[in-house]
Structure formats: structure tokens, C-alpha cells
Design a protein around this ligand. Structure first.
Ligand SMILES: Cc1cc2nc3c(=O)[nH]c(=O)nc-3n(C[C@H](O)[C@H](O)[C@H](O)COP(=O)(O)O)c2cc1C
Length: 355
């Protein structure tokens, strides 16, 4: 495959990124396997206490000397008012009782960007990627000084332009098909659900930065299509969820194996922020329930998710997945990267051969 602005700038072989997948699926082993295979591995560092984040970065470095990315959330969220919080607590109380959990104590806050960012800097990770907005300018300036490349997520052209203005090195255009949280900056807004096929060329036309396409890309066909749209690389999350190196839990894997094209929904029920995952009992029953803002809702459902995971019950798990989850393969990450690259090359040469 021809070099792109992405491969040239980062010195990686293939214009393929393993998307960060915080909250379980991301592991140092998965990240290192993709980097070793010639792509850019990413590790979802959000939610990790700084000491664990540092250990994970060192574990990645012990397994590969190639570039990788560490991803954090640029938005620490909001506290929410008393009334909303109480209503949201009541909405999940029945589930807690069913799972044998005590009534919720005041939710513990998540690790903030300010707490986690020093680890990025001190460990001088090759790439710092982020979602949910733009980190403070001094953090981006510090990355530039330290030689750390930066990559922000955009779900609209306006967000991509704002990222370019802030001086980041790469923009990841996240289409509506994508699994996991929408990267949309405004946490309260209805997320604009612009599909990958529509978003990528508009972002490519709007910014001068290399654009990475994300959302619904599972194989060489999607890879070739994204390059045709002007992307410099692709970012795949759901495609890697069934790899043995991923931290995807057993009930989550079982649900993914049955996923169909119409299996996903956008929900705020788990975290307070809009995210795409497989529809299950919790997303269905909570669709009209009062929800606390991110990250309070995340804290309110944390023990429910943990208890369900222990019971092997997918009904209360956040089963983040993209719209093309049915195309996921259960093979080692290294083989998956080689297969996708090979397929993309075949697709591209097949298109050239057409009269
Ligand atoms: C399980 C899961 C967790 C995710 N966690 C993160 C995350 O921590 N940070 C982030 O920037 N994006 C996260 N995403 C979104 C991905 O970066 C990416 O946009 C998405 O996976 C691309 O769509 P696809 O899943 O169809 O490949 C997550 C996606 C999934 C499936």
C-alpha cells in the first residue's frame, strides 16, 4: 500500500489504527500486537488511575519498540443538579436491588484529564489521542515541545476545524456507525449522527491535516473506501473486539458473536454521554428514564455493570459496538491487521483493473 501523510509522519508501515477502547477491551497486549503488525496500536487510558496508566504504557513499551497512541477523554463532565441526580439514582435502584447491590453511595468521580495527563508527558508516549473535545492549550503545547504527536476526534466539520485551529497533528473523523462513545464536543447536545461516508470527505475538504476515518470499517473493503474518500488512515475498534488479546469479557464476546446489522443503538443510559452499543435489557428499559450527566451516570451504573459481568449477564453490560459488528473475526490481532491490509490492496487493485 502506498505511503500516506499518516504513515510518513509517524513512521508506521500501514495506515491503520487500532482504536482506543477504554473500560475493558483495550489491553497493552492488543495495542502492542497491532503496532508490531505495522499499524498504530492505541490504548484507551480513560478511567485508569495514573499509576495503572503508567504501568500499562511501560507494558506496551516492553512488548514493542514501535509507535503507539494513548487516548484520554478531554471532558471531565459535569456534576448535575440534586434533583436530576436523585431521579437518576431512583431509576437504577431496582436493578441494584435485583443484583443484590446496596443503595448507591455518592458516586466517586472519574480520573480527570489533569490527573492523567502528566503520565502522558512524563512517559513521552509517541501519540496522544483524545475525544470529547480539545484539551487545554498548554497540554497541546507541552506535547508539541516533547515531540508527542496529537490526534483529536471530530464528529462534524466544525469540530475538525476547531481541532486544526488548536494545532493538533491529526484529525480522526468519527462517523455515526462507530462503536463506543460519540466524540461530540458538546456533551448535552443531541449527537449529530453523520455517517462515515458523508463525514470523511467533508472533513478532508475542510482541513489540511491528515484525516483518519473511523466508524463501521471492518475489513479491506471499508479500508479501501476510506482511502478513496481522502483519508490518510483508518481507525478500527469493533473489528478487534473478538481478538484473543482484547480484554472483552466472555458475555460481551457472546453477544458480539450474535450481532446483526440492526443490533446497535445510541444510548446515554450507561455513562450519561451518547454511545453506540448492542441493544440489551438495560438500553431498552432505560430508554426513557431520567439520566444523570456524564460522568455521574457512569458512576451510578459502574457497580451494576461489574455485578452483571460477574454473573455473566449481558443484559446490564455496556456492549459498545459499531454497526458492522457482525463482520468481526475471532483471530489474533496480528493476523487481522495482515488480513485487512491484504484485502485492501486486493480491493484497490481490483478497482484499478475495472475497464
Ligand atoms: C468498546 C469500545 C470502546 C471505545 N472507547 C473509546 C475510547 O476510550 N476513546 C475513544 O476515543 N474512542 C473510543 N471508542 C471509539 C473508537 O475510537 C472508534 O471511533 C470506533 O471504534 C470506530 O468505529 P468501529 O467501532 O465501527 O470500528 C470506543 C469504541 C469501542 C467499540
Amino acid at each position: 500500500m502506498r505511503p500516506t501523510a499518516f504513515t510518513g509522519r509517524l513512521g508506521v508501515q500501514h495506515p491503520l489504527v487500532l482504536a482506543p477502547m477504554a473500560g475493558g477491551p483495550s489491553t497493552p497486549a492488543l495495542c502492542a500486537a497491532v503496532s508490531e503488525a505495522g499499524g498504530l496500536g492505541s490504548h484507551g487510558g480513560a478511567y485508569l488511575p495514573p499509576a495503572k496508566l503508567r504501568d500499562d504504557i511501560r507494558a506496551i513499551r516492553a512488548a514493542t519498540s514501535r509507535p503507539f497512541a494513548i487516548n484520554l477523554f478531554a471532558d471531565d463532565g459535569a456534576a448535575g443538579d440534586e434533583r436530576t441526580l436523585r431521579a437518576a439514582q431512583e431509576a437504577v435502584a431496582g436493578y441494584r436491588a435485583q443484583l443484590g447491590l446496596p443503595p448507591p453511595s455518592p458516586p466517586a468521580p472519574l480520573v480527570t484529564l489533569r490527573e492523567a495527563f502528566p503520565v502522558i508527558l512524563e512517559e513521552r508516549v509517541p501519540v496522544f489521542s483524545f475525544t470529547f473535545g480539545i484539551p487545554p492549550q498548554e497540554m497541546l503545547d507541552a506535547c508539541r515541545k516533547a515531540g508527542i504527536a496529537t490526534m483529536g476526534t471530530a464528529t462534524t466539520v466544525a469540530e475538525a476545524r476547531a481541532l486544526e485551529q488548536s494545532g493538533v497533528d491529526f484529525v480522526c473523523a468519527q462517523g455515526a456507525e462507530a462503536g463506543g462513545h460519540r466524540g461530540t464536543f458538546d456533551r448535552d447536545a443531541e449527537p449529530p449522527l453523520i455517517g462515515t461516508l458523508a463525514l470523511v470527505p467533508q472533513v478532508v475538504d475542510a482541513v489540511r491535516l491528515p484525516v483518519i476515518a473511523a466508524g463501521g470499517i471492518m475489513d479491506g473493503r471499508g479500508f479501501a473506501a476510506a482511502l478513496a474518500l481522502g483519508a490518510s488512515a483508518v481507525s478500527l475498534g469493533t473489528a478487534f473486539l473478538l481478538c484473543p488479546e482484547a480484554g472483552t469479557s466472555a458475555p460481551y464476546r457472546a453477544a458480539l458473536r450474535q450481532a446483526r446489522d440492526d443490533a446497535t443503538v445510541i444510548t446515554r443510559a450507561f455513562s450519561g454521554r451518547a454511545a453506540r452499543g448492542l441493544s440489551n435489557r438495560f438500553t431498552r428499559e432505560m430508554s426513557d428514564a431520567p439520566i444523570a450527566p456524564y460522568p455521574i451516570q457512569n458512576a451510578l451504573t459502574r457497580e451494576i455493570r461489574a455485578a452483571a459481568a460477574k454473573l455473566g449477564d449481558p443484559g446490564f453490560l455496556s456492549l459498545w459496538a459499531g454497526q458492522a459488528a457482525a463482520l468481526a473475526h475471532e483471530i489474533p490481532a496480528r493476523e487481522l491487521v495482515a488480513q485487512i491490509v491484504h484485502e485492501a490492496e486486493a480491493v484497490i487493485s481490483g478497482l484499478r483493473a475495472e475497464p
